[in-house]
Design a protein around this ligand. Structure first.
Ligand code: COA
Length: 221
């Protein structure tokens, strides 16, 4: 079985060089975090603390690779991480794996990542998550999970730009192999103009699916 390091290298190779990805087991040591970060998960169950710690450690490693000083990564009231000035990023964790992506805001306005473990996609969630056109395309649990994963990455990319109310059915995905773009649906209550510039890609990592969403900074093309 591939190691997390091998998977990180493979995924990093799919991303623009300006994006730093760190990926590893979702089992971090809370004690290894600065006290301000530990306080963010005071009273949480052990699994959540371990995932949180793994995400924070990976994020710190990614930020250092980007040239940032090591510092506590606190969070906004909505739960999104407080990235250092001039940096954007995103975190995700499942029971097994955690990952962080970061980039300079002069390269990307925002980025989002999501990873989901393979599972049956719950039938009752189909209409909530997928538009009718997406339901035609997504004729398997694998594809339905891909759509879900991509939309979670899109949410994490757009919420920090001022779109916290974006709903799954506000957005429709258009696929070309593993790459996707997105448009607002006719019934969308929320229409972020940045959606036009959003680009994404999905990748399989063993029994997980990963999705990345990016909005390039205007000057960087
Ligand atoms: C916030 C949300 C996207 C998190 O995704 P998730 O699959 O449940 O969990 P993940 O492990 O992948 O991600 C959790 C991380 O997301 C980040 N996060 C939380 N809220 C966030 C927000 N508002 N904006 C950006 N990132 C956020 C945090 O870093 C969090 O990890 P941490 O608490 O350890 O720092 C999800 O719970 C949610 O609310 N989804 C509904 C909204 C949505 O996706 N709409 C689709 C629009 S197309």
């Amino acid at each position: 079985m591939a190691t997390w390091a091998t998977i990180q290298t493979r995924l990093q190779g799919l991303l623009a060089p300006a994006v730093v990805l760190r990926l590893g087991a979702a089992s971090g040591e809370l004690d290894a975090l600065p006290a301000q970060e530990q306080r963010l998960v005071d009273g949480a169950v052990a699994q959540r603390q371990a995932q949180f710690a793994a995400g924070r450690m990976l994020a710190r490693d990614a930020l250092i690779a980007l040239g940032e000083a090591s510092q506590p990564l606190l969070k906004h009231r909505d739960g999104s991480p407080m990235w250092p000035r001039g940096v954007c990023g995103s975190l995700t964790h499942t029971r097994d794996v955690a990952a962080a992506v970061v980039a300079r805001r002069h390269d990307f306005l925002s980025i989002g990542i999501d990873i989901e473990a393979s599972r049956r996609f719950p039938l009752e969630a189909t209409d909530t998550v997928l538009t009718p056109a997406e339901q035609l395309w997504a004729d398997s649990d694998t594809r339905r999970l891909r759509v879900f994963c991509a939309k979670e990455a899109i949410y994490k990319c757009l919420a920090p730009l001022g779109w916290p109310d974006l709903d799954f059915r506000d957005v429709e995905l258009h696929w070309q192999h593993d790459l996707f773009t997105a448009t607002s649906t006719a019934s969308a209550g929320c229409r972020p103009p940045q959606l036009v510039a959003l680009r994404g890609r999905c990748a399989r990592l063993g029994d997980h699916t990963a999705a990345f969403a990016f909005i390039a900074a205007p000057a960087s093309g």
